[in-house]
Design a protein around this ligand. Structure first.
Ligand SMILES: [Zn+2]
Length: 135
């Protein structure tokens, strides 16, 4: 591999990590916005026991797998939609970069991640409307 190929690969890896982190942010937004909660405060925590999530919990997809899909303290199930949204964002970026190269792929990838974000947050609003009708 020549240096420019290594740089391209590094850029692609960076883009995928950013897409995964955006997926994680989308989950939080989809969870908090319908409840009229702030996106920055408090720190991410378990909805059942209030444990503040640490670095391991916050790693997209891998954190979910390491914890077996459950909170590390109270064992409440986290729900498969969180790693699914993160994986979808990562996969969208991988596909875009593979098809279009790092520059246009990045543009297309971020557009795709944005679309996933809009869809995810609106699904979150729908879920919270169902909850409030039942409760
Ligand atoms: Zn918990």
């Amino acid at each position: 591999m020549n240096p420019s190929e290594i740089a391209t690969l590094g850029l692609a890896a960076y883009l995928v990590v950013v897409a995964l982190l955006l997926g994680s942010f989308i989950n939080m937004a989809a969870d908090r916005l319908p409840r009229h909660e702030s996106l920055v405060h408090p720190r991410s925590h378990c909805r059942s026991c209030g444990r503040v999530l640490n670095l391991v919990d916050l790693i997209p997809v891998a954190g979910y797998l390491v914890r077996g899909g459950r909170c590390a303290s109270c064992r409440t199930a986290i729900g498969a939609s969180s790693p699914a949204v993160e994986a979808l964002c990562g996969a969208a970026m991988v596909a875009s970069v593979a098809l279009l190269g790092p520059w246009w792929g990045a543009v297309a990838g971020f557009v795709a991640v944005g679309a996933i974000g809009v869809a995810g947050v609106s699904l979150g609003f729908r879920a919270s409307m169902r909850e409030s009708r039942q409760g």
